[in-house]
Design a binder for this molecule. Structure first.
Ligand code: NAD
Length: 444
């Protein structure tokens, strides 16, 4: 029977491992490997302690992990993976705006497994990488004269959506891959994916070249990032022009051709959209001598990196102008709803900036795992909203939907940076004469 390993048990690797564990009868060994440092060891302990503390807002993942933990090997020793038929690499390839990467670390890690892996094993690169990356790895292995004809590479970009439908987004979603037209490998991947994922109802697209599959993730995230950047300037316009951009977007969304138009908000955070569009620029630099310049992506990334500053300035002005604002509550710290991921969260920037104004701040976030941020306590329950003078709503966690604003004091100030308030709550607050500031709504 088949042995499978997943390397890197972060936001992508662990849910994937859990999804594989659900099909445990089909595989003899299912192995998850973390780095052998204090962070990696802590992660392994956290996974093994799942019964005591849940790890995901999607309870399905917690339950599957608890039920199948006995069938999993979770280790910090990379050698445990040496007998694997398939190895998924779920590690981050970082890139910054100057196109610096941690490629060397990534390559060294692959090499480590390459040298100890058994014959006919298939390495599945699951990370978001720059087009041309997989072929470059093969070239480097050849250059080092360690290339093996009996180990194969597949590129398979991850399209997971963390949050309440985390598990569903892995198993029930359209996927793409490329084995660079190796028929033997392609057959094996199709069989494996049909065992783990629902490939009957969701399309599995195979690309002839690695480079094409590599482009899928980079282009889809560049598209999403540009869509957000476009709406940002409309948000500025709507606020100045005193109109409600959300009602306009809702009317547009009725057209099926425009249903995924983005909305204004706090800004682009998270790990992926803040870096992925840079990958194609790196490919142009590495493989095309910078022939294609990507001005559109440059503009997108520039707009998105500054978007939150507009809201921060607005909040600072409110605090400076309204001297009676003493106590502030920030609702939501993560970069998106129902996730505990704090990477590049613009809510952190808001906290950092208003902290400088010496007001008393508390943070409410029922989802994130940290207990305090830069010395500010993160509370898990709100005793009474009326203890605060200013509420800054940053993240639309599901738990916020039940909040009732009926009894809120009339001299409260509220800033909704990210479409957190429902239309019903906006109406209630507006009628109460609350000082209400909603990004994208100039009509209030
Ligand atoms: N987070 C998402 O929603 C998402 C979605 C789609 C694609 N991706 C892509 O998937 C990749 C992984 O992203 P992520 O969010 O899971 O990153 P992550 O940082 O959450 O996870 C990576 C994990 O790898 C571990 N690790 C580091 N070095 C290791 C080593 N030598 N051996 C074993 N484990 C090691 C880290 O400790 C960490 O737990 C990235 O390329 C990312 O762009 C992420």
């Amino acid at each position: 029977m088949t042995n499978i390993s997943v390397i890197g048990l972060g936001f992508v690797g662990l849910p994937l491992l859990i999804s594989i564990s659900k099909k445990k009868k089909l595989f003899s060994n299912i192995i998850g490997i973390e780095s052998n440092n204090s962070k990696g060891r802590k992660r392994v302990a956290e996974i093994n302690n799942i019964k005591k503390k849940s790890l995901f807002t999607d309870n399905k993942l917690n339950k599957i992990l608890i039920n199948n933990l006995n069938h999993l090997t979770i280790s910090n020793d990379f050698k445990v993976a040496s007998n694997s038929d398939f190895i998924f690499f779920c590690l981050p390839l970082n890139i910054d705006k100057n196109l610096n990467t941690n490629f060397k670390n990534y390559y060294d890690l692959i090499k480590k497994y390459y040298l100890i892996s058994k014959k006919n094993s298939i390495f599945i690169l699951n990370s978001t990488i720059n087009p041309g990356f997989t072929s470059k790895i093969l070239k480097m292995l050849k250059k080092e004269k360690i290339f093996r004809k009996d180990i194969f590479f597949v590129y398979y970009p991850e399209r997971v959506t963390p949050g309440i439908n985390y598990y569903k987004s892995i198993v029930y979603s359209h996927k793409v891959f490329s084995s660079n037209s190796n028929k033997f490998v392609s057959r094996k991947i199709k069989k494996l994916f049909s065992q783990i994922f629902d490939t009957k109802n969701f399309k599995l697209t195979e690309f002839k070249k690695y480079e094409e599959a590599e482009c899928v993730k980079v282009l889809e995230n560049s598209y999403r990032a540009s869509n957000i950047a476009l709406i940002e300037e409309w948000g500025v316009f709507a606020e100045e022009f005193r109109i409600d951009l959300f009602s306009i977007l809702n009317a547009i969304k009725f057209r099926s051709t425009h249903s995924n138009i983005m909305r204004p908000g706090l800004g682009v955070g998270g790990y992926c959209l803040t870096k992925d569009p840079f990958f194609v620029k790196l490919s142009s630099k590495e493989f095309l001598k910078n022939k294609v310049k990507f001005p559109f992506i440059n503009l997108t990334m520039d707009i998105n990196s500054k978007m939150h500053l507009r809201t921060i300035n607005k909040i600072k002005k409110i605090i400076k102008f309204k001297k009676r604002i003493k106590k502030i509550l920030i609702l939501g710290l993560s970069y998106a709803e129902n996730v505990d991921d704090l990477r590049n969260s613009k809510s952190l920037d808001i906290v950092d900036e208003i902290k400088k104004l010496k007001s008393s701040i508390e943070i409410y976030d029922p989802v994130v795992k940290i207990k305090n941020y830069h010395g500010i306590k993160i509370i898990k329950k709100i005793k009474d909203f009326n203890m605060y003078d200013l509420l800054i709503l940053n993240v639309k966690h599901s738990k916020f939907e039940k909040v009732n604003f009926k009894n809120i004091k009339s001299n409260m100030t509220i800033v909704d940076t990210n479409n957190v308030l429902s239309i019903k709550n906006i109406d209630i607050l507006f009628k109460k004469g609350i000082d209400l500031n909603v990004v994208g709504r100039g009509d209030l």
